[in-house]
Design a protein around this ligand. Structure first.
Ligand code: GTP
Ligand code: MG
Length: 196
């Protein structure tokens, strides 16, 4: 897909408030600070379409960005933020589960995983949950420009972990928002999926 236009459409705390125009959407989800908002900016070639931050927990609502006036990129609040209270975490869990179970216009989720840290239980658990509930998803490893990632990183270890549970792996993308790695591959995937 070529991105000719992108604009912020709306923000919602809960899925039942989300747009009802039936336009297809791709949702970005992953640990806090993994680079969800940065990847959306990289894909749309906009510096500040989605707000990014060095501090985890920046994105608290479901943010809808309308692309080419025809499909959405959705930025979801991250998980695994250490300073979250139990109550906040429980709220996040029920809202996120609701989103993935109820959002009929969701075409595919992009689960973002930091390529610089060893496989994290919270990521594996979330991916397993999506798989068990039949939610279509791909994995996008982030921050491949950073040193640990360039020194080998965790992508192969992560694949091995997933293969303990699943016979088949989903499509996997290697990305860097700073170097714009993976942009063409992701946009091509989106285009193919939209045409399917
Ligand atoms: P929350 O909204 O808090 O869940 O975070 P997020 O997943 O949206 O992360 P965000 O895009 O705000 O980025 C978090 C931090 O990681 C920021 O300091 C970014 O500059 C940095 N970052 C994001 N992508 C990359 C990347 O590809 N490479 C490097 N080196 N840093 C990145
Ligand atoms: Mg964010």
């Amino acid at each position: 897909a070529q991105i000719k236009s992108s604009r912020f459409a709306s923000s919602h705390a809960r899925v039942h408030q989300a747009p009802r125009d039936g336009k297809p959407e791709f949702a970005f989800i992953g640990r806090s600070n993994v680079g969800k908002s940065s990847l959306i900016n990289m894909l749309t070639q906009r510096k500040e379409l989605a707000h990014t931050s060095g501090k985890p927990g920046k994105t608290q609502l479901i943010n809808y960005y309308l692309i080419n006036e025809s499909w959405y990129l959705t930025d979801l609040p991250g998980y695994g933020y250490a300073k979250q209270s139990k109550k906040t975490r429980a709220k996040w869990e029920s809202r996120t589960e609701n989103y993935f179970l109820k959002r009929q216009t969701l075409v595919c989720a992009f689960v973002l995983v930091d390529s610089n840290v060893p496989p994290q239980l919270i990521d594996l658990e979330f991916i397993n949950w999506l798989g068990e509930h039949g939610v279509p998803f791909v994995i996008a490893f982030t921050k491949t420009d950073r040193k640990q990632s360039r020194d080998g990183g965790s992508v192969d270890d992560f694949r091995q972990e997933l293969l303990k549970t699943w016979e088949e792996l989903p499509p996997i993308f290697l990305t860097s928002a700073t170097r714009e790695t993976g942009r063409d591959e992701i946009l091509e995937f989106i285009e193919t999926t939209l045409l399917a």
